[in-house]
Design a protein around this ligand. Structure first.
Ligand code: PRX
Length: 692
């Protein structure tokens, strides 16, 4: 076809020198891509022609510059923003090698800026004041709202003035426990405006998880709402906050103010429990404040936010992002990965409680002056056609979601999709977990009517922004591959010894050298930052993911290689679930593994050993699941409890998870060598109990 030929021709005329970038050799060769066995999906000519990056050639030129001259490359993008004072002579500093001293990454240090100013004031000054910044769609199809850039700025200023008034200063933490109301991005922006550090906690986390995060960062104020409706369920968020604040007080952390938004459609204020002196209704105070607020200019390396994520030990990690590099990186990745144009209407289904909502609901899009749709409710409420209803209602052009939602809607059948036109769509996006080729095809063929490229973006809470992603007009896609690294990202695959491997291979995905959006530390635990991410493979950032590269240089993420599981795109540490389970008085020991799940990607499979003499029962199974829901949140509830008289351990007492994974996935002929177990009989016992 013509597209096909056009791409192959442009590949044949690659600039010389591009061959120095090893993972792109196949693109350069061109013939590899043209070969018939390749399952390639080409962007249409029309799409490529209008794209920011219309060809592999253009990508290579830009990529090459980004690697050879990171300072120049990123300074150019940074110059699009307002800096009260330009950064110093040294654009960036990095040490990713523990043998050379402390790990340190800095971008644009010495520069003074403000991300709220750049999201709002700058766009208003550029004449976008009347453009819609946020469209809000309520859980109930009849409820909606919107804010222009002018209005969003005024709202953020009012809250910023209030926060200053109650004594929140630059560098202070603010904990936010809000659902997808416009007040959530408003709060993030208000904090950023005054240099306060927001710590948004996903409003599906439990009392204990929220309390733990409050204790860790000691905020003066917690911002929440009284309740939210998701589907037909009302969730009383304020009750969860109340209980969490009782918990945190036990650890000596007392919060002075609980600012509560009255989410009237879910619950009237009269039915909300109240603590006089501490609790304040948002609607009673915020509208009284002035709608302008001076900006606190902060150093590019001043902290912007904290966001907790799971690791392989029990305690969540407070990932810390700073201001300047994160700003430049989220804005640039957003623009290129989605081929963003001012005429776009963008909808990302993620919640602002996760990194995707930070970088690609709030900051990245608003920095680009985009119109963003946010949705309060459940994606299949009142029926599985809701997403496409929203797409048609707002004429969404870029739709960004997670594979788990794609798989679940795919199961509900094509009729729900076909009922709606979806003709506004032009780019689709996927994030959070590997997207399996069949879900990819359904997303492409059915949702996108085979005309919208899919940006399968690989990245992490830690990376701040996209690390590997298709650039939708640049090159052919392969269903399920995140394709190639973004500008400035030197993605390498290493073997167990940390040696880079070239060509077709698989191994551990690492990043060589820093990028502006990288996290700078784990809050209060720089040592854990170094140990977890920089010590496993000396000189590299280790992602924790496995990856393979095919003969054409395309990358395929294969999932976590550590004790982290990915359930519906949510990261959960096996150790966190285990520690919740063993806190049950009748549980002696627990071992948790991930197991393939048709919709969620991975499900949580827990092997549980009971205290001597306690019998197995359905009630006990339920109460074990409940304790995990209570301690972490409903999304971490085990899918399966497998009774275990004993766990397979080595003679030194280490649990052999490899064997548990095989039992959980019923691959009994692949158990491997069990002779090194302290008691090989436990394996047979476990197999015998598999169906109980
Ligand atoms: O395993 C990878 C998976 O999600 C992990 C990061 O989780 P989190 O920090 O919660 O951030 C999720 C949103 C960025 C990664 O280590 N992951 C994320 N995106 C992809 C992915 N795996 C495969 N393909 C992706 N596109």
């Amino acid at each position: 076809t013509t597209n096909h030929l056009r791409h192959v021709e442009s590949m044949a005329t690659m600039p010389s020198g591009a061959g120095n970038i090893p993972h792109l050799n196949a693109i350069i060769l061109g013939e590899a891509l043209a070969s018939e066995e390749n399952d390639l999906i080409f962007p249409s000519d029309d799409f490529s022609r209008q794209a920011h990056v219309p060809s592999p050639q253009k990508y290579l030129e830009m990529y090459k510059r980004s690697i050879e001259d990171p300072a120049g490359f990123w300074s150019d993008f940074a110059s699009d923003f307002f800096w009260k004072q330009r950064w110093g002579e040294q654009v960036y500093f990095e040490n990713l090698d523990v043998s050379k001293g402390d790990i340190r990454i800095e971008w644009f240090k010495g520069g003074l800026t403000n991300i709220c100013y750049n999201c709002l004031d700058r766009n208003v000054e550029a004449g976008l004041g009347d453009r819609i910044a946020l469209y809000w769609e309520g859980n109930e199809p009849c409820l909606d709202g919107s804010l222009t850039y002018n209005q969003l700025l005024q709202n953020a200023c009012q809250l910023a003035n209030y926060l200053k008034d109650i004594g929140v200063k630059k560098g202070d933490a603010v904990v936010v426990y809000l659902p997808m109301l416009m007040e959530l991005p408003i709060t993030m922006l208000a904090c950023a405006r005054i240099g306060a550090v927001h710590s948004v906690v996903f409003a599906g986390f439990s009392v204990e998880s929220l309390a733990q995060r409050v204790v860790d960062c000691k905020p003066k104020v917690v911002i929440t709402c009284n309740a939210v409706k998701r589907g037909s369920k009302v969730i009383h968020l304020k009750d969860i906050v109340d209980a969490a604040l009782v918990e945190s007080a036990k650890s000596g952390v007392c919060v002075d103010v609980c600012l509560t938004y009255e989410n009237e459609s879910a619950l009237k204020r009269g039915s909300t429990k109240w603590e006089e002196g501490r609790d304040i209704w948002w609607q009673d105070v915020i509208p009284k404040y002035p709608t302008t607020c001076a900006v606190e200019w902060v150093d590019a390396e001043d902290p912007l936010f904290l966001l907790y994520t799971s690791g392989s030990t029990g305690k969540p990690k407070g990932v810390l992002h700073t201001t300047g590099g994160y700003m430049v990186y989220t804005a640039t990745t957003f623009k290129y990965a989605f081929d963003y144009k001012p005429s776009d209407i963008y909808w990302c289904t993620a919640d602002c409680g996760w990194i995707t909502g930070h970088s690609y609901v709030t900051y990245g899009p608003l920095l680009n002056g985009a119109t963003v749709v946010i949705y309060e409710g459940a994606p299949n409420y009142p029926d599985p056609g809701r997403c496409w209803d929203i797409v048609d209602k707002y004429k969404v052009t870029i739709f960004y979601t997670a594979p788990t939602l794609v798989r679940s809607l795919m199961r509900d059948g094509d009729e729900y999709v076909k009922r709606y036109s979806r003709k506004s769509l032009r780019v689709l996006g996927s994030v959070g977990e590997p997207i399996n080729p069949s879900a990819w095809r359904w997303f492409f063929n059915v949702v996108g009517d085979s005309r919208c490229p899919i940006s399968d973006t690989w990245w992490q809470t830690e990376t701040g922004g996209f690390m590997m992603t298709p650039l939708p007009g640049a090159w052919p896609q392969k269903p399920g591959s995140a394709t190639f690294p973004f500008f400035g990202v030197q993605a390498v695959i290493v073997d167990e010894k940390g040696v880079e491997i070239e060509g077709e291979c698989s191994g551990y995905l690492c990043i060589k050298s820093s990028w502006p959006g990288a996290f700078r530390t784990l809050y209060g635990d720089h040592e854990r930052y170094e140990t977890t991410y920089f010590k496993p493979f000396s000189g590299y950032y280790f992602s924790g993911d496995g990856c393979s590269r095919d003969k054409d240089g395309y990358h395929w993420l294969t999932g976590r290689v550590d004790d982290v599981i990915n359930v519906s795109g949510h990261r959960i540490g096996t150790a966190e679930v285990e520690s919740a389970l063993v806190s049950h008085p009748q549980c002696a020991e627990a071992a948790v593994v991930g197991v393939e799940h048709e919709v969620k990607g991975q499900g949580i499979y827990a092997f549980v050993t009971l205290v001597d003499g306690v019998p197995y029962s359905e009630d006990l199974r339920k109460s074990l699941i409940l304790i995990v829901r209570k301690q972490i949140g409903a999304f971490a509830a085990p899918d399966r409890i497998h009774w275990a008289p004993g766990l397979p351990k080595t003679r030194s007492g280490k649990i052999m998870r490899r064997i548990l994974r095989k039992i959980a996935s019923k691959q009994l002929d692949e158990l491997g060598d069990t002779s090194t177990l302290a008691d090989p009989n436990v394996v047979d016992q476990l197999i015998a109990l598999a169906d109980t």
